[in-house]
Design a protein around this ligand. Structure first.
Ligand code: DX5
Ligand code: ZN
Length: 224
């Protein structure tokens, strides 16, 4: 089994030193940049938009994993591609025509992901699990970094893994929110492939080694 994919969340970066933090991630063992877009409607918070994504893209040497916490995400698919998104995730709860939106993301040359809130059962993804590249399982209610992990995410992760295996899907499981070394280890046991970490990475004394220790977890867990 491979090491987990680590995606530090830019939401917890120092925006006055964004280039420095982007270069820190470039130099680390992180695989992706996790980029959170919040509209103040789907979630109570507002983060940032296209100019900031473009600025990150200019310096990033790794994939941009863009997580849209916005209503009507289908209105902006091409704009996110043009801004630099490589993977684009929309929320299940924000899409009426989810299947159409998934294919619009793919037609625009990006990997397609679906994010689900803590209250949304994974079973609702059954009809689209073979069409998507990623499920972003929220470990917290979306809107803010640094929140406490919701424990039933472990069983959701295991249920989702079973669904993926049963349908022979190549979809990855990403967990977003409340990830630290302890929750990460249990999530890897439950079938997670991608760990998003914001507060845990950026509030640590040495973010590069914190990223490395998350990346190294599978060697002692999944391989065990
Ligand atoms: C929450 C965001 C997360 C957030 C994770 O709404 O989608 O990506 O940055 O933050 P932590 O790791 O601090 O819980
Ligand atoms: Zn996110």
């Amino acid at each position: 089994m491979q090491n987990p994919i680590i995606a530090p969340s830019i939401l917890s970066a120092d925006f006055a030193n964004l280039q420095r933090d982007v270069e820190m991630i470039n130099s680390s063992k992180a695989d992706w940049f996790h980029v959170d877009i919040m509209d103040g409607v789907f979630v109570p918070n507002i983060s940032f938009g296209f100019p900031v994504i473009k600025a990150i893209k200019k310096h990033a040497t790794k994939l941009l994993d863009v997580h849209l916490m916005i209503v009507q995400p289908e209105r902006y698919i091409k704009e996110f591609k043009d801004a630099g998104a490589d993977i684009l995730s929309v929320h299940y709860e924000a899409c009426t025509h989810l299947h159409r939106t998934i294919y619009a993301i793919k037609e625009n040359g990006m990997k397609a992901g679906i994010a689900i809130n803590p209250h949304t059962p994974v079973m609702l993804l059954k009809e689209v699990i073979k069409d998507i590249d990623l499920v972003c399982l929220m470990g917290v209610n979306p809107g803010y970094g640094g929140q406490k992990f919701i424990e039933n995410t472990y069983s959701k992760c295991a249920d989702l893994k079973n669904m993926i295996l049963a349908q022979n899907s190549s979809c990855l499981i990403e967990v977003d929110g409340g990830v630290n070394e302890i929750t990460a280890q249990k999530l890897l046991h439950s079938g997670a492939d991608v760990l998003v970490a914001g507060n845990y990475v950026f509030s640590s004394k040495d973010p590069v080694s914190t990223i490395a220790s998350l990346n190294n977890l599978s060697a002692h867990t999944v391989n065990a």
